[in-house]
Design a protein. Structure first.
Length: 81
């Protein structure tokens, strides 16, 4: 099939997506461990989970899924050890 006068491989976008998805999935354990360490450090300093979530959001740190932090997210992630 031609697209813009070039051969178009319909399977290529799927292959590219799978490679990107695999690379992203491989990074999740390291990202999760780093976030758990950061949260544990803040909790050890006596910070409540709401303050930890606010600090993570203020620093531009997103959750593993890319969302904003809540106190519940921080508590759950720390409990997942």
């Amino acid at each position: 099939m031609l697209l813009d006068h070039q051969a178009f491989d319909r399977a290529q976008p799927c292959r590219s997506w799978r490679q990107i998805d695999a690379a992203h999935a491989a990074q999740k354990p390291e990202a999760r461990a780093a976030l758990q360490g950061k949260i544990a450090d803040l909790k050890a300093q006596g910070s409540p989970y709401a303050a930890i979530a606010a600090a993570l959001n203020d620093s531009g740190t997103a959750t593993v899924t890319g969302k904003a932090w809540t106190a519940g997210n921080a508590r759950k992630l720390l409990a997942q050890k």
